[in-house]
Design a protein around this ligand. Structure first.
Ligand code: ZN
Length: 168
């Protein structure tokens, strides 16, 4: 089991647009396994490689209470099938803050699995929201980007202050 360090907002590395994975090999399988360990330890229900400073298109998600339904998506892409709903979101890179964000409540995801095979999944509700949130990370986007400037600035300043206190 390996735990990876999670970058926190407003770390500029979170704004990096991740590159597609060229080959799903042992390196990617190890990355996905370490990401799941890190996510479960946090604990969280989703993690994108961008958050652990690896800028390749890999996300992991598990919304089960028992932490026994891991999903790994390599090079994920999705189309919206549902209506937009508002849901209170949090993020391991924005610890302690929860705000309402509007996203589609049903999506079709296409991705590679850890054997490098293409698969499709229709996801609804929390699973759909979580996947959209994680794919945003791969594009350098955070849930705070959907908030008002005022709210986003308030969160950024508070986290910057915390980071300074931790460093001193
Ligand atoms: Zn997040």
């Amino acid at each position: 089991m390996a735990l990876l360090d999670i970058l926190e907002y407003p770390d500029p590395r979170l704004r990096t647009v991740a590159k597609p994975v060229a080959t799903v090999d042992e390196r990617i399988r190890t990355l996905a396994s370490d990401m799941l360990d890190t996510m479960y330890d946090a604990p969280g229900i989703g993690l994108a490689a961008s958050q652990v400073n690896v800028h390749e298109r890999v996300i992991v998600v598990d919304i089960s209470e028992e932490q026994d339904e891991p999903h790994v998506f390599v090079n994920p892409d999705y189309e919206k099938l549902g209506d937009d709903i508002e849901y209170q979101e949090g993020c391991l890179s924005v610890p302690g803050y929860y705000e309402k964000v509007s996203r589609s409540d049903k999506i079709r995801v296409k991705a590679l699995n850890l054997d490098g095979e293409t698969f499709e999944l229709v996801a609804e509700d929390l699973l759909a929201i979580c996947i959209q949130h994680e794919i945003d990370h791969l594009d350098g986007k955070l849930f705070v980007d959907y908030l008002s400037n005022l709210k986003r600035t308030r969160i950024r300043k508070k986290l910057e202050k915390q980071h300074k206190q931790m460093a001193s």
